[in-house]
Design a protein around this ligand. Structure first.
Ligand code: PLP
Ligand code: COI
Length: 337
């Protein structure tokens, strides 16, 4: 495996974990070398989108140990997403143990220390069984795959991307599913993502769906801006509560910065020294420009540009340093296997 060439595409691994649930009881986890799962054509996940997922990473440290970054937070978020969809998620302990099992079963795919790559863990929970009516699923499956991944953009870590505001599209409703990690939010972002890609943009930035005045988040990551030694990130109930962002707020304070979580009007884009995307997959990806247009493919454009990546680099090195065991894990974020 050429670890340095990895992007965020799927590489098959040795083993996949699945666990079935029926009538309030979880079955024993099954370890299989087959990625396929038998599923009813009337599964409510297929028809009604009763599905939620998580994303977390495992790292090979400087000391040779394997670290999982904050799996308890992913477990809690899956519990929150599942509850909204009328499903029962595994307990925090079971979720963490199943993720550990998936990593151990695929240890040879864990990128080595210093490669800049990591092992992405993707648990998905969905309604199975056969059902026609719109109601909570009676049966569920939890499935976990892992994949070695490099930079999300495929261009290398800390390589800045260009972004565009999706003024004509919302990924989630104002009082809807934006704060849950459900598949429907991503389905809702496919069209705008395709239009943006055709226009040469890597990142799509959504505004708050009620007033379209404030910054919400990118399609697959949270937004932050830096000015006056302050880390500023949107307060909104239609964005995913990012575990990376929550960790960066703490890291920024630890590094002597101020932190503000508040509504961020789109005009404030003119005032930031740096802008970035943050999330498990993107880690910290600096944003070099954001185009604000009446529509993604409009010619009229207000363009915000960002030169440096100094603070993004400082925050990136700090968080990745903790994940790799190079920097002391003061807040006990990592679970060491
Ligand atoms: N926002 C969205 C829409 C995402 O898909 C993700 C990825 O999980 C994030 C934010 C970042 O969340 P986290 O840092 O927990 O991975
Ligand atoms: C993640 O960062 O874990 C994500 O889920 C983002 C995206 C690939 C959906």
């Amino acid at each position: 495996m050429d670890w340095s060439k990895l992007s965020f595409s799927f590489t098959p691994t040795d083993k996949y974990i699945s666990c079935e649930y029926e009538d309030g009881i979880w079955g024993k986890p099954v370890i299989s070398s087959d990625i396929n799962i038998p599923l009813s054509g009337l599964a409510p996940s297929l028809h009604y989108g009763i599905e939620c997922f998580e994303g977390l990473k495992a790292f090979r440290g400087q000391d040779g140990k394997i670290r999982l970054f904050r799996p308890d937070e992913n477990a809690k978020r899956m519990q929150s997403s599942a509850a909204y969809l009328g499903m029962d998620a595994p307990t925090t302990e079971d979720f963490t143990n199943l993720c550990i099992m998936a990593v151990k079963e695929n240890e040879r795919y864990l990128p080595p220390y210093g490669s800049g790559a990591s092992l992405y863990i993707r648990p998905v929970l969905f309604g199975s069984g056969s059902q026609l009516g719109i109601a909570p699923a009676k049966k569920q499956i939890l499935f976990i795959a892992v994949a070695p991944v490099g930079s999300y953009s495929g261009q290398g870590n800390l390589v800045a991307v260009n972004g565009v505001i999706a003024r004509k599209y919302d990924r989630a409703a104002g009082h809807g599913t934006g704060c849950y990690k459900v598949g429907g939010n991503y389905a809702a972002s496919i069209h705008a993502g395709q239009v943006a890609k055709q226009q040469g943009y890597k990142a799509v930035l959504y505004l708050d769906p009620i007033e379209h005045k404030y910054i919400d988040e990118f399609a697959s990551s949270n937004f932050f801006g830096i000015k006056d030694n302050t880390y500023i990130t949107p307060l909104s109930n239609s964005i995913l509560p990012s575990i990376t962002n929550k960790s960066l707020e703490v890291a920024a304070k630890d590094l002597g910065m101020k932190v503000e979580r508040r509504r961020v009007p789109s005009e404030e884009l003119a005032e930031f020294k740096e802008v970035g995307e943050c999330g498990t997959a993107v880690v910290i990806t600096p944003v070099k420009s954001i185009d604000d247009k009446p529509d993604i493919d409009a010619s009229e454009c207000k363009c915000y540009t960002y030169g440096g990546i100094e603070t993004c680099t400082k925050l990136y090195n700090h968080i990745v340093g903790i994940q790799n065991g190079e920097i002391k894990d003061e807040h006990n974020w990592c679970v060491i296997l």
